[in-house]
Write a protein that binds this ligand. Structure first.
Ligand code: ATP
Ligand code: MG
Length: 659
């Protein structure tokens, strides 16, 4: 136990720290309680104080279970509980559903046919198992050349799991282009289950499913846990999926356990991963004795931001109506709406504003740039690097570190410099069944030819002729031939293709590889289109490639996290708050996404609206909302009308800028 912590709890002054609505929820003795309130009203704070109150009133920490959206959120809440009560909460069970399931399954593994000490397969392990299975089952099919890669099969497998659908249905609905391989995929999935069982291993998805099975099928275990946990508390309840919901109801199904869930139906944004907003709507039917608490004060945002968020969500049809009153005073800064001529100018505006905020003393850690899709952040990443503003990205890899972007860049690099070994190897490795050893062999043949070639000849060579002497195995020959042919069309003597045209051709060339290799194929295409727009901004391909190289170098300077600006998708920003928030790419087709618009799916559009609401409500003091009138300014630029989320806001709430 930490020396400053003791077994005798301090009593925080709950009434002073909480408003009456929060206080009532913290102090309630109701068996089942739902706290439903808008963003920034102190739901997470209420749950934290509730844990403190339970400990302060003598509930042993090991009899409390706190379920949160991330493990980090649980750690922060428990640290706060420690400060408030002085009680050591290290025995309190807090974390995500998965981490709690893992801890409990360790004890009861045998009940499910596992040995104690089962291993959890991380994604690397899963990939290598799948690789072996693909070899075994797809090795002899005639379609083997472009059989989907292990990563892609894994994401199909996982999505089916989490949405409670069969893999066949999931494939039909979301990966229809894999249909031709259905039989083999089925065999691979069966083989996967068998191998996992034989090696006493569970993957991440199994944790949840097995834990639910454990409780469903074993009355004694269920009762033991129901006896153990006196209190189950759940944050972000609006985004629980069917398995998580079942798990909660199994845990609290005895006579002993109280349940408090907190959430905001207006912030349910994970239906695509299986979350069901119905759980929050139906809570009072599921638990008829439930007490409902509403909190109607917002502590996070200044009134001008709160008004925008209230209007933004008001049109959604299905919601528990909540009106939020501001607790904070007006800072007289209305949210800014900034139409930019194009994506580059938009990013420059963001970087300039951030620069001046930093100069005026705002810390980088208090600033976030939020967007609907990861690729929207490309230009901002480039501009921040140019301005030497440190940033961290929570939504994934830096744009140019993404595998599919590196694949495209490899072709471009090779065009500019046929002696580029790294690019060459990367490209050759996109051929089916080419590993390191084969790549080395082909490289040495290639190198011998390019090594002594004068620069002028290098730039004008006809690859399919010049590279004829390079020895490649018969199985690789068709792909090799296709590669040389595309290099020739990309590099036609006497005809200059514009960089965006080049990218487009490279994309077409890599299409089969992209489909077979990566999950989220469609999103990756969007990334590549964005790349092509950005390339179009550069005077030449050489120039663009050196910029990318310099960017990667600048990004390697390590910055303490604390000083960094955050770049995040809105999904990842759930539950968090920043003094200053930029929401970028707020244009029709980008946010809301064009697919949602063209399909005319009302539910999907309402989820987009909730996503916008989540974004707006992250801001405490200052909110900037911008969009590019044109995305790209080369031949394939896209005209972008402002997002309906902006045009439906009353103009008097906003401050429209020109940039
Ligand atoms: P979200 O819906 O985004 O998850 P939330 O409802 O969980 O938000 P919190 O994150 O708990 O809200 O609180 C928002 C901000 O308001 C935090 O900075 C919190 O400390 C502050 N806050 C909440 N309640 C009070 C209060 N009674 N007095 C002072 N500050 C408060
Ligand atoms: Mg919260």
């Amino acid at each position: 136990m930490h020396p400053s912590l003791s077994a005798v709890p301090k009593l925080p002054d709950f009434a002073a720290e909480l408003n009456p609505e929060q206080y009532a929820a913290v102090m309630t003795n109701a068996r089942h309680a739902l706290v439903v309130a808008g963003a920034g009203s102190g739901k997470t704070r209420t749950l934290t104080f509730r844990v403190a109150r339970l400990l302060a009133s003598g509930v042993p920490s090991w009899r409390i279970l706190l379920l949160t959206f991330t493990n980090k959120a649980a750690r922060e809440m428990l640290a706060r509980v420690g400060e408030l009560t002085g009680v050591d909460s290290s025995h309190l069970w807090g974390g995500t559903f998965h981490s709690v399931a893992n801890r409990l399954l360790r004890r009861y593994a045998e009940r499910l046919g596992y040995q104690p000490g089962f291993t959890i397969l991380d994604s690397d392990d899963q990939r290598s198992l799948f690789r072996a299975l693909v070899k075994q089952y797809a090795g002899k099919t005639t379609k083997k050349d472009r059989f989907p890669k292990p990563e892609l099969l894994l994401s199909l497998h996982s999505l089916a799991h989490n949405t409670g659908r069969s893999w066949q249905r999931t494939m039909d609905e979301e990966y229809a282009y894999l249909e031709q391989h259905a039989d083999t995929i089925g065999r691979i999935f069966e083989g996967y289950a068998q191998r996992k069982a034989e090696s006493n291993a569970m993957d991440f998805d199994d944790l949840l499913l097995n834990f639910v099975r454990l409780l469903r099928e074993n009355t004694d275990v269920r009762q033991e846990l129901q006896q153990r946990f006196l209190h189950v508390l759940v944050d972000e309840y609006q985004d629980t999926n069917v398995l998580q919901e079942e798990l909660i109801s199994l845990l609290v199904g005895g006579d002993n356990t109280s349940l408090m869930v907190v959430g905001d139906d207006a912030q349910s944004i994970y239906s695509w991963r299986g979350a069901k907003v119905d759980h929050i709507f139906n809570f009072c039917n599921t638990y008829p004795d439930a007490e409902m608490h509403k909190i109607e004060t917002n502590y996070r945002s200044v009134p001008a931001i709160l008004e925008v968020s209230n209007v933004a969500i008001a049109h959604n049809s299905r919601q528990i109506v909540k009106v939020l009153r501001p607790a904070r005073h007006d800072n007289r800064l209305r949210p800014a709406v900034i139409p930019a001529p194009d994506n580059r100018t938009e990013a420059q505006m963001v970087a300039r504003e951030i620069d001046s905020l930093l100069e005026s003393g705002v810390s980088g850690r208090d600033i976030a740039v939020l967007y609907r899709a990861h690729f929207h952040s490309l230009d901002v990443q480039m501009e921040l690097s140019r301005h030497h503003i440190p940033y961290r990205i929570t939504s994934g890899l830096r744009f140019f570190e993404q595998a599919h972007i590196k694949d495209v860049l490899a072709v471009l690099r090779l065009l500019v410099n046929p002696r580029d070994e790294v690019a060459f190897r990367r490209l050759v490795s996109t051929f089916p069944r080419v590993g390191d050893a084969t790549a080395t062999k082909i490289w040495s043949g290639w190198q011998q030819i390019v090594e002594h070639m004068p620069q002028e000849d290098l730039m004008h060579m006809r690859y399919s002729e010049q590279m004829r002497p390079v020895a490649v195995a018969p199985a690789v020959r068709p792909h090799w031939g296709a590669f040389l042919a595309i290099m020739d069309t990309l590099h036609p003597v006497g005809q200059e293709l514009t960089p965006p045209e080049l990218v487009k051709r490279v994309q077409n060339y890599l299409d089969a590889h992209l489909r077979a290799t990566y999950e989220n194929y469609e999103e990756r295409l969007e990334d590549i289109s964005q790349l092509s727009r950005t390339v179009g901004d550069s005077p030449s391909l050489d120039d663009f490639l050196s910029q990318v190289a310099l960017l990667s170098e600048a990004d390697q300077e390590v910055q303490p996290d604390d000083d960094c600006v955050t770049l995040s998708t809105i999904h990842q920003a759930k539950g968090l708050e920043w003094k200053v928030v930029f929401i970028i790419f707020l244009a029709e087709g980008l946010f809301p996404h064009y697919r949602v618009i063209t399909e005319g799916n009302d539910d999907a559009l309402e989820e987009e609206t909730r996503l916008f609401y989540v974004a707006v409500t992250r801001a405490e003091d200052r909110l900037y909302m911008s969009f590019p009138r044109y995305n790209g300014h080369s031949y394939d630029s896209q005209y972008c009308p402002p997002s309906r989320f902006l045009t439906t806001l009353p103009p008097e709430l906003l401050d429209v800028w020109e940039c």
